[in-house]
Design a protein around this ligand. Structure first.
Ligand SMILES: [Zn+2]
Ligand SMILES: [Zn+2]
Length: 319
């Protein structure tokens, strides 16, 4: 199905907000990432506020709880799935719960989209249907207790699965996998080969709008990043700017994403500040808009219905 492009192009920023839940199933969770979750969350809220950029926040449902028994016996997860809550992280409530950070997100001046990142960060490509249903139901239940609901879903580790369950559970859109290469390869493809970074949102066979990712902003780290930064200021900034410029030029969609816990060092904060300030400037200078995943879904749904059409409704092509 061909999507109707937004006149003037648009940029989406999505975040996987998870604190400890992004790592609880790993044998050795990376300590810097685990410890950066809270700081990164607050830093991103501040930066997005400063540049008035709304983002889609996929929040792990468990973070909306004040407390739990560390067992969740009524949840059909495999044995041991919540074990870290009862062992190493028993006294690390700040990794397991995030009511303060969720409240800060909901109270932000910018109109962020509250989206789901499942209840306990299960991998939808591996779980059975019963658990997929339970993860959505539990997330919906807790959100309702907060007076919130969600239309969009971000799959843990981008493991797409059980899309029929999402549709049944009232989800309208999800972030699909990027069609492009990742990490140092995307830097090479974009900076050296001048490859496209735009994506085409489509309605899938379940009626869900798939808003694919263009670029993971922290896929190029460690020693390679340090070396590259001695040549170019920050290669990922260069790629992100190229994506923003391409969205302007081609009236297309550029979708960047990250985890708040990717902001482990000040240089990461600088990367985000540089990208967001550039996005803000290009938005002011051109017809570019910033959208959430939910905004894109509504635009695509109405375009397909034929009820609302963008002024310049040439189908996107060639990427
Ligand atoms: Zn728990
Ligand atoms: Zn995640």
């Amino acid at each position: 199905m061909t999507a109707i492009p937004n006149s003037g192009g648009s940029v989406v920023l999505s975040l996987d907000a998870e604190l400890g839940w992004g790592f609880h199933d790993l044998e050795s969770p990376p300590p810097q990432r685990v410890e950066a979750g809270r700081r990164g969350w607050s830093t991103m809220l501040k930066l997005l506020d400063e540049f008035e950029i709304p983002a889609t926040w996929g929040v792990v449902g468990h973070l909306l709880l004040d407390s739990c028994d560390g067992r969740h016996a009524d949840h059909p997860a495999p044995d041991g799935w919540f074990e870290r809550e009862r062992t190493e992280w028993r006294d690390r409530e700040e990794l397991r719960f995030g009511t303060d950070l969720v409240a800060a997100l909901l109270e932000a001046d910018v109109d962020h989209e509250f989206a789901s990142h499942s209840f306990s960060h299960v991998l939808f490509s591996e779980i059975d249907r019963e658990l997929a249903v339970a993860e959505l139901e539990r997330s919906r239940e807790i959100a309702t207790e907060w007076g919130e609901s969600f239309d969009s879903f971000i799959y843990p580790r981008n493991e797409v699965g059980h899309r029929d369950v999402l549709a049944e559970q009232g989800v309208r859109a999800y972030r699909g996998r990027t069609p492009y290469r990742e990490g140092s390869r995307v830097v090479f493809d974009s900076a050296i080969r001048d490859r496209s970074l735009l994506v085409d949102p489509v309605i899938d066979e379940h009626g869900l709008v798939n808003v694919p990712a263009s670029l993971f902003l922290f896929g190029f780290e460690g020693a390679a990043r340090t070396v590259a930064e001695s040549v170019w200021a920050d290669p990922m900034v260069r790629v992100a700017k190229a994506g923003i410029d391409e969205a302007v030029r081609s009236n297309g969609l550029f979708h960047m994403w990250l985890h708040p816990n990717n902001l482990t060092h000040e240089r990461d904060d600088r990367r985000m500040r540089t990208i967001l300030s550039y996005l803000d400037r290009r938005r002011a200078e051109t017809d570019l808009s910033v959208e959430t995943i939910g905004d894109v879904a509504r635009r695509i749904e109405s375009g397909v219905d034929g009820t609302v059409r963008a002024a310049n409704s040439q189908p996107m092509s060639g990427h």
